[in-house]
Design a protein around this ligand. Structure first.
Ligand code: GLN
Length: 213
């Protein structure tokens, strides 16, 4: 049994958005599987500095960006996510925030310029166009044929700047890329696995594939 200090620490950025839902899923995965991982909330540079991985939740990328600027977290976040030894997962607004470029509604968002893509915000329209789609992720999550992917005012990956670095993981029938990885340490999803009721398979895969590897 590892001591708490020696365990891997997965931080969930808690400046804004659905961070508590991520924490609940991650803690369930740890409890169910006995992973020697500690899940922590991140609001300060000190908390961030102790993490091996960071999950950036859904919410509003404009708010996330403004709060990071006003709290002085931006430079610390930028340095952290660009460290190749760290695992990073951006979901929805978090995907927007880690991207290199925004196709639209750029005002007020200063992205972390990690993921080598251009994203389009609100690509499916407004809240009323939000939807849940059962997706077959079994090509990259073995056995996961029917995951309830929740899309809420979701972005899409509109363009990949570096096809050698960025690997699309899932594309909708419409041809829109909604999940991708970059190298072996960066994951991006347009949808919200944290909002999938009682289904932590995506979080479990993130821990196994990106954190515990
Ligand atoms: N559910 C979400 O995270 C929505 C993202 C939001 N529409 C944005 O552009 O930042």
């Amino acid at each position: 049994m590892q001591t708490e200090e020696s365990m891997k620490r997965v931080g969930v950025l808690a400046l804004q958005g659905a961070f508590s839902e991520h924490i609940q899923h991650l803690e369930k995965c740890v409890a169910d599987n006995g992973y020697e991982v500690k899940i922590v909330t991140v609001r300060t540079p000190e908390e961030l500095s102790q993490c091996d991985a960071l999950v950036l939740p859904g919410g509003e990328s404009t708010s996330m960006s403004l709060i990071a600027q006003r709290t002085g977290m931006f430079p610390h976040l930028r340095k952290f996510v660009h460290d190749p030894s760290k695992a990073v997962w951006g979901t929805c607004a978090g995907l927007i925030y880690i991207s290199q470029e925004l196709a639209n509604e750029r005002e007020l968002v200063q992205p972390l310029e990690l993921l080598k893509v251009r994203v389009r915000r609100n690509a499916f329209g407004r809240q009323a166009q939000s939807f849940v789609q059962n997706c077959n992720f079994s090509e990259f999550i073995p056995g996961c044929h029917d995951f309830p992917a929740v899309f809420i005012r979701a972005p899409v990956i509109e363009h990949i700047f570096d096809a050698d670095a960025v690997k699309p993981l899932f594309t909708l029938e419409s041809g829109l890329i909604v999940a991708a990885s970059q190298g072996d340490n960066i994951l991006a999803t347009s949808f919200h696995p944290e909002l999938a009721e009682n289904d932590s398979r995506f979080h479990d895969w993130f821990l196994r594939q990106f954190v515990l590897k």
